[in-house]
Design a protein around this ligand. Structure first.
Ligand code: PLP
Length: 389
């Protein structure tokens, strides 16, 4: 039995809002909030460095707890302030040069694509975009055909920000492995929502955020880098947390993924993220994924019955992100009208996904994103509100 009542009792926010904006930021469980507040209180009472020293053993739990969540080793995890910077630390640390090719996808996250454009402009790297198949997910066979001896990176988004698609990350991983090409996975929307195992997926690097489906604090995230790769990659930035200045001209990098971290960080947030990872681990990623599949299926079916509502999700396997638009009313106005009723969704504009929404001639979409602590009753209330818009 999936104990929704318990999870709701442990989430203060469900008493105030109908929250279908988990792809923006989930409502955190109370333990995440309380842990952060307690640490901030200690910083106020005894000083920031002293509070950190006091919490040292608990802070060390970050690495095994997050590693457990994605089937990694503790030495393969770095705490970074958000998914974008985590991804950047991996991407900008790769020794790419003119003529090297990157393969990505149509549904790639905008900030990642901007980084490819920058690498193309400044380094002469070549961007290749694998097309979608008929269902709208990446066409894995077509992706493989793009590989040449110059391909240095396959870099894709697992669950896009702007739609309910789940890309076949493990199938892409098999291809990357077969051709000996590095594979970077943006798992920002999938960690905490789906069962993620880096070994099953076969990625070399993976970035994720704290605040979305993992239900952690804002301003937190993490990076996974396969241990052997972490130990041979020179991070784009280093500091005295990640490298030791041994002599006048000599420095030695820290071992493992820690070398991608920052010296200064949001320790209250790190403690909060440990609690979020523990919370997810205690429920079990597969249980969470099953509940999300059941709820999002119910939401899609219910929305499909509403006059004038058009579902916009692509792909074979669908995520807990449910996107749609309604005839005669803009997504922006829908968002505002729902917010006025304490119903939270967000809007995905095409500027966030030029290749995806742009090619489908969609200006923007309503993004409703459920999570395991939502209920069927909430879905019914939501659909009633959408009908009345
Ligand atoms: C697919 C995807 N990747 C990366 C990000 C960036 O995450 P963050 O805001 O934590 O940097 C987002 C945020 O919406 C996202 O949806």
């Amino acid at each position: 039995m999936f104990d929704v009542t318990k999870y709701r009792d442990e989430t203060k926010g469900v008493n105030n809002v109908l929250h279908f904006n988990n792809a923006g930021a989930s409502l955190p469980p109370d333990i995440v909030h309380n842990t952060m507040v307690q640490h901030l209180e200690r910083e106020r009472e005894i000083g920031g460095y002293e509070a950190k020293a006091e919490a040292a053993q608990r802070l060390d739990q970050f690495y095994p707890e997050v590693a457990k969540l994605i089937g990694a080793k503790p030495a393969e995890i770095a705490f970074i302030e958000n998914a974008t910077r985590a991804w950047d630390m991996a991407f900008y640390s790769l020794p790419l040069k003119a003529g090297d090719e990157i393969i990505t996808i149509e549904a790639e996250y905008a900030s990642n694509y901007l980084a490819y454009l920058q690498a193309a402009k400044h380094k002469g790297v070549i961007i290749k975009v694998a097309p979608n198949d008929a269902s709208g997910q990446v066409d894995v066979a077509a992706l493989e055909k793009l590989i040449t001896k110059h391909t240095k990176l396959i870099s894709i988004t697992h669950v896009p920000s702007q739609g309910g698609l789940i890309n076949p990350a493990a199938e892409v991983g098999k291809i990357a492995k077969a051709h000996g090409i590095l594979y970077l996975l943006d798992a920002c929307q999938s960690v905490g929502q789906l069962k993620i195992d880096v070994n099953e997926i076969g990625c070399d690097m993976l970035s994720a955020t704290g605040r979305k489906f993992l239900r952690g604090p804002r301003g937190t995230g993490f990076l996974y880098v396969r241990e052997e790769l972490a130990n041979r990659l020179e991070p784009v930035f280093i500091d005295l947390h990640t490298a030791e200045w041994q002599d006048g001209n000599i420095y030695e990098l820290a071992k493992g993924a820690i070398r991608f971290e920052n010296w200064e960080c949001f320790f209250a947030g790190k403690l909060g993220l440990i609690e979020a990872a523990k919370y997810a681990n205690s429920i079990g990623s597969q249980n969470i994924a099953n509940q999300n599949a059941m709820l999002s299926d119910y939401l899609r079916k219910s929305l499909a019955k509403i006059n004038g509502v058009h579902l916009a999700d692509l792909g074979v396997n669908k995520s807990a992100i449910v996107t749609f638009y309604k005839d005669g009313i803009s997504p922006e106005l829908c968002h505002a009208k729902l917010r006025a009723q304490n119903i939270n969704v967000s809007v995905s504009p095409s500027s966030y996904a030029r290749l995806d929404l742009g090619s489908r001639k969609i200006d923007s979409l309503i993004r409703s994103s459920i999570h395991y602590y939502n209920t069927e009753e909430e879905i019914e209330t939501f659909c009633k509100a959408v009908t009345e818009l």
